[in-house]
Design a protein around this ligand. Sequence first.
Ligand code: FAD
Length: 395
Amino acid sequence: MDLSFTDEEIAFRDEVRAFLDENLPKDLSDKVRVGGELDKDDMDRWHAILNAKGWLASGWPVEFGGPGWSPVEKHIFEEEAARANAPRIVPFGLAMLGPVLQKFGSKEQQDEILPRILDGSDWWCQGYSEPGAGSDLASLKTRAVRDGDHYVINGQKTWTTLGQFANKIFCLVRTKTDGKPQEGISFILVELDTPGIEMRPIKLIEGGHEVNEVFFTDVRVPVENLVGEENQGWTIAKFLLTHERTNIAGVGFSMKALEELKAQARRIKRGGRPLLENPLFAARVADVEIELEAMKITNLRMLYRAQTQGQPGPETSILKIKGTVIRQTLNDLSRRALGPAAAPFPSEEMFGNAALGEPEDVYAAAKYFNNRKLSIFGGSNEIQRNILTKAMLEL
Ligand SMILES: Cc1cc2nc3c(=O)[nH]c(=O)nc-3n(C[C@H](O)[C@H](O)[C@H](O)COP(=O)(O)OP(=O)(O)OC[C@H]3O[C@@H](n4cnc5c(N)ncnc54)[C@H](O)[C@@H]3O)c2cc1C
């Protein structure tokens, strides 16, 4: 197995680098570099730039408006975008609903919805989790009862990421209560301005507003909004989750975070010498760098397998676990390097205030706390370990 890039892949990487150099707005990359909170306009702007180039829907086939990239090209693009501090591509429409509609949606749904995802007309959010249904997703209780040509939805969703920017939500709902829980779930599309929907923000520990609760009271949704068959939702949900977990290793983000940590530890002095020369700190940085190098190879091996033998299987769980733990370790080391200087939680208005320290240091604590989420969402790491032991060790 040859894990080095081919000449064509290196040429592609150079093309991506040149494009990012010329087209990524500096104010956006500055914000991403220091870990500032992006608003809707920031994300919409970057989507529009990528869409104009035909590079927005990196995982979609050409017939639906994707660039037709191989798994390796997609990986190269993601790695280079992280290196350049590009805003992340909001995944709900592009990486989750898009592939679901391409596989399970009606022709009408594909024709109407996919172009609106690409041109930014719609912002989708994900209504899977409920207060009593996270890891055990099949126990979800939000009901959808058929009434003529509508479903009537009652229940509550939670942790709805960036729902405050969305105009639409795709939901898992219960359409049958007898039999196995998995067999009574359906996948339905809902407009967020339908009467009976209320969205409330959940304030996070670092002060950001990233997630929400969504309440449904007698919400009437046309039956045409069902995707696939009634009670087929579990199959669709699982299909979507395999897409949610692609690129979850976040190799590019960790490489960037490692580079920044080293720069920080060279700059910060302890006892008159750069912190990076402190043997204990240097050993900690070396530990995480070795883990990252090993993960890079594992990631490339899986990409190679995806390219030559189709989609990889449960081993993606290894990447989810390792990738998230590495990123959390890097954030933790950065916070430790700063010591008391990592304590302030600046507001947006204080952004760029020199009195708080170097711009890239200001959000260190906020980043650390925010990224506690990495080992939880998309299926917690404990659940990934269960998947691995069942599927690979056959326990
Ligand atoms: C920042 C953030 C954003 C999110 N965004 C969205 C979103 O946009 N849309 C959406 O639908 N959901 C979203 N989620 C929800 C996410 O998918 C769930 O948080 C996740 O699936 C875990 O579920 P839970 O929080 O209910 O925890 P629980 O399932 O209650 O788990 C609590 C703890 O118990 C462990 N545990 C549970 N069951 C087992 C088991 N069988 N074996 C071993 N350990 C177990 C878990 O690993 C965890 O450590 C988001 C979550 C976060 C934190």
